[in-house]
Design a protein. Structure first.
Length: 381
């Protein structure tokens, strides 16, 4: 075995799919497949004998399924990255979201291509940026660098274009010290890789009496965002829902953009004559190769609110959200970015920090309290 190659274990109950994944990974010169397993129990035994850098872990398996296996890996092999391999049925989707909440790095869906060659090409595109991210993280660990990788490759799902990773070339500038608005009327959150687990630290900790709506973009394909909303809703004091076209935007609710659709807000006069907002969804082209895109949501907020906005950019690959924050800044918003040391991937927050658009960098475990403190500023409970 080469010491500098990424060591990968493939775990899937289908022999054909283990073969396909092995073939795909063999095409990456920096990767070495050191073994395969048909279920979690055997995978754990192999990990005890031969630790690896990355596990590609099927969600639905006999004897020990993906979430059960992940729980053991997180307990006994904490430095091992795990990427879930998900089907598109509802059980698989729910298991996948559960695994992401437990700390899986990310997931890819099993292709449904017309041919084996098309499926292999799709898997290769899906895995490439994730492999590069894990390789960077392993390299930093080997040279004794404790901070997470500052690489910002962009993860894209099946229906999206995948650009090459962009590596930052200089450290971010210090956060800005701009005046904090005296009032906030809306919160916009953008997040990607590592999001479901990070959101569990934020959304359930927001108070029941939040006086503003929260609009959230998590990079995920269709179906998965509905499952994420349901999982968060079960654990939160606020109502969390996947956004629907035309529904009113109300204070004390969290609206998650549906996978595959951009989310915006539109003005609408209520029956009593008071002007309010409704959700708008569209399938316009991806931005930053993302749909939903954080930039699209943030620009919409900037167009509809005169300041009084709070933007929050959290863990994720790429730079989606940076230009949206810039648009919101022109209208006087306040921007929080997740601190580097608490990000799974310091990509999206890095882009905002580097552009000197962040007003404060907040550790993950303090983001909910900071949001609540800011939105209640100037209000009486």
């Amino acid at each position: 075995m080469s010491e500098d190659r990424l060591k990968v274990l493939i775990v899937d109950d289908t022999a054909l799919y283990r073969r396909i994944l092995s073939d795909v990974l063999d095409g990456f010169p920096e990767v070495e497949v050191v073994g395969t397993a048909p279920h979690g129990r055997l995978a754990l035994a192999k990990l005890e004998q031969n630790p690896v850098d990355l596990v590609l872990l099927d969600v639905e398996m006999p004897e020990m399924d993906g979430p059960e296996t992940l729980r053991e890996i997180r307990q006994h092999h904490r430095s091992t990255a795990v990427i879930m391999i998900s089907g598109s049925n509802l059980i698989s989707v729910n298991y996948t979201v559960q695994a992401l909440e437990m700390g899986a790095l990310d997931f890819i869906r099993k292709p449904e291509g017309a041919s084996a060659d098309a499926s292999r090409a799709e898997l290769r595109d899906l895995l490439r940026p994730l492999i590069r991210h894990v390789q960077t993280r392993v390299n930093l660990k080997h040279v004794g660098t404790p901070a997470p990788a500052k690489s910002a490759p962009v993860v894209r799902f099946r229906s999206e274009i995948r650009p090459e990773p962009v590596l930052p070339t200089r450290p971010p500038a210090p956060s800005r010290q701009a005046p904090v608005p005296t009032r906030f009327d809306v919160v916009g959150i953008g997040i990607s890789t590592g999001g479901p687990n990070a959101l569990l630290e934020v959304i359930p900790r927001l108070p029941r009496d939040m006086p503003v709506p929260v609009l959230l973009v998590q990079h995920m394909p269709p179906i998965f965002t509905a499952s994420l909303a349901e999982h968060l809703n079960q654990k939160s004091l606020l109502e969390v829902r996947e956004a629907q076209e035309g529904e009113p935007v109300a204070a004390g609710r969290v609206y998650i953009a549906p996978g595959g659709k951009h989310m915006v807000i539109r003005r609408r006069k209520q029956p009593d004559g008071v002007e309010g907002f409704i959700i708008g969804l569209n399938e316009n082209p991806p931005e930053n190769s993302c749909r939903p895109s954080v930039d699209v949501l943030f620009r919409s907020l900037a167009a509809n609110f005169d300041g009084n906005m709070l933007s929050v950019v959290m863990t994720g690959m790429g730079n989606d959200g940076c230009e949206g924050v810039r648009a919101m800044k022109r209208r006087g918003c306040h921007c929080i970015t997740q601190s580097e040391d608490t990000c799974v991937v310091y990509g999206m927050p890095f882009a905002v920090d580097e552009a000197e658009l962040s007003d404060e960098r907040v550790p993950l475990d303090r983001i909910a309290d900071r949001i609540a403190s800011l939105v209640w500023k100037g209000r009486s409970h």
